[in-house]
Design a protein around this ligand. Structure first.
Ligand code: PEP
Length: 255
C-alpha cells in the first residue's frame, strides 16, 4: 500500500500576519520540486490565514488552521467554525494538539466533535494523539493511545477516513529537542494502525496516513520516515524556517 507522505507545519502562536506571506513563499520556493511526491501543508494561526492562502495560491503548499469548533455558528467567543475555515480557502485543520489538551481543556470527547465536524466540512483533519512522559513511564502507553483513538474517532466511518490523518505526537518530544527513536515511533504507529483496523477495518486502516510529530528536523527525518508506518510529520519549531522545513520535505520525498 503506498501512502503519499504528508508533511505539515504547525506554526502555533509564532508568526504575525505581516510575516506570513514571506514564510509561505519561502516554503513554496524551497519545496517546489517535491510538491508532486509529498503533500505539503502549513497550519497557521487563524488570523494569518488570508495572507497564507493568498501567498500559497498557485503553489503546491496547502493551508490549514490549528483548531476548529464543531458548531457551525453561534455564541462561541474566540472559536472558529469549519465553515469559516473552508470559506477562507483552507483545506486542512489540526485537532487535539497536546497544547490544546494541556492548556485549553480539550478532551478526547471534544477532539471527537471537532474531528467529525472537520471531516463533515470536507477538510483533511490531522487528529493528534500521544502520551505524556508520566503515562509512558507508568506503562500506560497502549492504554492511552487506544483510548484517545477509540473516543477521538467515535462515529468516524471507513468512508470518513479518506479525510483523516492521525498525528502521533509523544508529548515529551514536542518542542523539547527530544525525539522518539525511529523504533519507538514505529512501535506506536503500528499500534495506531492496528487500533484503526479494529475501528474501521484493515483495508481502510492501510490507507490512513499516520504522521510522527515531536522535534522532527532535517537531521532525523529520514530515519523516522523510513519506517513502514510513518507516513509523514507534523512539525512545530522546524516549520518556522523554510530551509529546515524543506529539508524534512526533501527527506519525505526520498523516503
Ligand atoms: C508540534 O507542535 O506539533 C510539534 C511537533 O512541535 P516540535 O516539532 O517543535 O516538537
Amino acid at each position: 500500500m503506498s501512502r503519499k507522505k504528508i508533511i505539515a507545519g504547525n506554526w502555533k502562536m509564532n508568526v504575525k500576519p505581516s510575516e506570513t506571506a514571506a514564510l509561505i513563499k519561502a516554503v513554496a520556493e524551497a519545496t517546489a520540486e517535491y510538491g508532486d511526491k509529498v503533500e505539503i501543508v502549513c497550519c497557521t494561526p487563524a488570523i494569518d490565514v488570508p495572507a497564507a492562502v493568498d501567498a500559497a495560491a498557485g503553489t503546491k503548499v496547502g493551508v490549514g488552521t490549528e483548531n476548529c469548533h464543531w458548531k457551525e455558528s453561534g455564541a462561541y467567543t474566540g472559536e472558529i467554525s469549519t465553515g469559516m475555515i473552508v470559506d477562507a480557502g483552507c483545506h486542512y485543520v489540526i485537532t487535539g494538539h497536546s497544547e490544546r489538551r494541556q492548556y485549553f481543556g480539550e478532551t478526547d470527547e471534544t477532539v471527537n466533535l471537532r474531528t467529525r465536524a472537520a471531516i463533515a466540512a470536507g477538510l483533511t483533519v490531522m487528529m493528534c494523539i500521544g502520551e505524556t512522559l508520566e503515562e509512558r513511564d507508568a506503562g500506560k502507553l497502549e492504554e492511552v493511545i487506544v483510548r484517545q483513538m477509540n473516543v477521538g474517532l467515535k462515529d468516524v466511518t471507513a468512508a470518513d477516513c479518506a479525510k483523516l490523518v492521525i498525528a502521533y505526537e509523544p508529548v515529551w518530544a514536542i518542542g523539547t529537542g527530544r525525539t522518539a527513536t525511529p523504533d519507538q515511533a514505529q512501535e506506536v504507529h503500528a499500534l495506531i494502525r492496528a487500533t484503526l483496523a479494529k475501528l474501521v477495518g484493515e483495508e481502510t486502516a492501510q490507507t490512513v496516513r499516520i504522521q510522527y510529530g515531536g522535534s522532527m528536523k532535517p537531521g532525523n527525518a529520514a530515519e523516522l520516515l523510513a519506517k513502514p508506518d510513518i507516513d509523514g510529520g507534523l512539525i512545530g519549531g522546524a516549520a518556522l524556517k523554510a530551509a529546515d522545513f524543506a529539508g524534512i520535505i526533501a527527506a519525505a520525498a526520498n523516503a
